[in-house]
Design a protein around this ligand. Structure first.
Ligand SMILES: [Zn+2]
Length: 249
């Protein structure tokens, strides 16, 4: 419970919910960013976790990698009553802003048992649409946006640079070991995934902080290279989703 410190500037927040993705806090001193928000099913625990990082009062940005409910559903609860700016891609802004359960595949995922039967996807206004190459200052941190479609439309990765270490928050794009999350949904594209992996593999990265499973705290570039090399041989890398488990994606 609480939060686990990963570096001088980064934390992993424990929401306690198996439905949620990994949620990170980037502490830039005079400002701080939340990177992904979970489903919103554990909204109180999420806020307690951010509080444990000491950043709740200084939270200035919410960065959303993509519109899937396990990453974006908690945004509305964090934004409510706080002076924070939610940043996301145009595709995420449209779907999250409308609470669109079809575009985001929430309805399909709920029917598949990925989310509880009574779960509803909370709409959240996106304050600023960001695109590939955009750069933001979060306090003393530099955050660069990298478009990374493939897992779904409008997916973004965020490169957080504190001047000492570079961390790529990859959402559901690339995972530890160079694994991926390919699902039979309309906006998942192995072709775009391959192109994304080639582009991300060009980034020098210390930490690779994915939305699920293991974190990579050193030499994250090696894991990015593994995914790219597999796609280069026209073989999709290993999928994090296996038939015998139901990891939310
Ligand atoms: Zn996803």
């Amino acid at each position: 419970m609480g939060a686990r410190r990963l570096s001088d500037s980064l934390w992993l927040v424990d929401t306690g919910s198996a439905y949620d993705c990994h949620v990170y806090v980037a502490d830039g001193g005079s400002g701080a960013a939340l990177i992904d928000c979970g489903t919103g099913l554990a909204a109180e625990r999420l806020l307690e976790g951010i509080e444990a990082t000491g950043c709740l009062d200084r939270l200035s940005h919410v960065l959303v990698t993509h519109y899937h409910a396990d990453h974006a559903g908690g945004a509305a609860g964090v934004r409510a009553g706080r002076d924070v700016r939610v940043l996301a891609s145009a595709e995420t802004a449209a779907a999250l802003g409308a609470g669109d359960e079809d575009r985001t595949q929430v309805a399909v995922a709920r029917a598949a048992g990925v989310y509880p039967a009574d779960y509803r996807y909370p709409a959240c206004r996106v304050d600023e649409v960001v695109a590939d190459g955009a750069r933001h200052e979060v306090g003393e941190l530099s955050v660069t946006v990298h478009a990374s479609p493939g897992h779904c439309d409008g997916h973004l990765c965020f490169l957080v640079d504190d001047g000492d270490r570079r961390a790529l928050c990859t959402g559901d794009a690339i995972f530890s070991g160079g694994r991926v999350s390919i699902q039979p949904i309309p906006d998942c594209s192995p072709y775009l995934y391959a192109r994304t992996s080639q582009r991300l593999a060009e980034l020098p990265v210390d930490m690779l902080l994915p939305g699920h499973l293991d974190l990579v705290l050193t030499n994250g570039s090696a894991d990015l290279a593994r995914a790219a090399e597999s796609f280069r041989r026209l073989i999709p890398p290993p999928n994090i989703l296996k038939a015998d488990d139901a990891e939310p994606g």
